[in-house]
Ligand binder design. Sequence first.
Ligand code: KQY
Length: 380
Amino acid sequence: MSRTRKGTPRRDGFRMPGEFEPHAGTWMLWPERPDNWRLGAKPAQEAFAAVAAAIAVAEPVTVGVSASQWENARQSLPEAIRVVEVSTNDAWVRDTGPTFVVDGRGRVRGVDWAFNAWGGLEGGLYFPWDQDDLVASKILDIERIDRYRAPFVLEGGAIHVDGQGTVITTEECLLNPNRNPGLGRADIEKGLRDHLGIEKVIWLGKGVFNDETDGHVDNLCCFVRPGEVALTWCDDRDDPQFEISRDAWERLREARDAGGRRLKVHKLPQPGPLLITKQEAAGVDTCEGTRPRQAGDRMAGSYVNSYIANRRVVMPLLDPRTDARALRIVKRLFPRREVVGVPAREILLGGGNIHCITQQQPLARGVRLVARARPRRRAA
Ligand code: KQY
């Protein structure tokens, strides 16, 4: 069983590593709720299976699945992928899973943030969310990794770190009263310092236009390595994304990271605008308490919502007009990794993308795996 630790990761010498640091593996969850995923989640399951298979080429993947979907998921996923039974309310492990932290002695622990389905009863996306709030504990228990329960609401998609003391996040999400109404900017910064082991918070303003998470940074901007970020970009002045990206660009250009460096900002073209079709909306069940899907609604598509695995980057394919250009840029940003595109519209229809459905578990480094040789007996 995993132990729940008192205190904070920072006090114990732990930090969240950058996603580009070595992984022991990736966690995912299996989509099934028909009020979020169209056609009983069949098209989404196919897309999730393709993402899992693309990552499994590079590192071990585990998929958590409900009891009723276990056989179906097992059949749909490559043999190399471990399938374990985990009850959830939905399949966004970036937000419901643990944020893993490491220390200089090769130890790994997990932060279990409080979860309220992206806003609780004030604009949250579904009710109830009790099983989702247990996902981090369950994963840490399976892995026998010690846990810190953070005393505030946060989703993993709301933060990106450089692993060297800097976090980027958005005001739209982390200062939203539907997450932590009693906490101000300084309190949130302290919570981030204590639980991620960081020194510097870079605040962006809004997230991607119409992002139902209230502007998660992982859809807008991510670290590709320390000192360099990718930012979703829009050149059309009449598009609401134009101002959002320009404001983020200015803040990033003015910012200094924890090491005092200026950031290099790489622009990634925005796909779309991508709208939900009538047919797609009609495939989603209506359910009281779940945010409805309507034909014509604009989706928050972004290539930034990619996943950096060991030796590989898995990027969503969203729009034939921009996919090839985005792939070229991402390949340039990761010259030592293979970049693969996976069709991801079905994931976007559920409200997020590849980064939102994955959670990296860092490699415990410096751990001696081989039993120490016994000291030789002195010859008599
Ligand atoms: O993008 C995410 N990190 C989660 C999106 C949740 C959408 C629920 N419908």
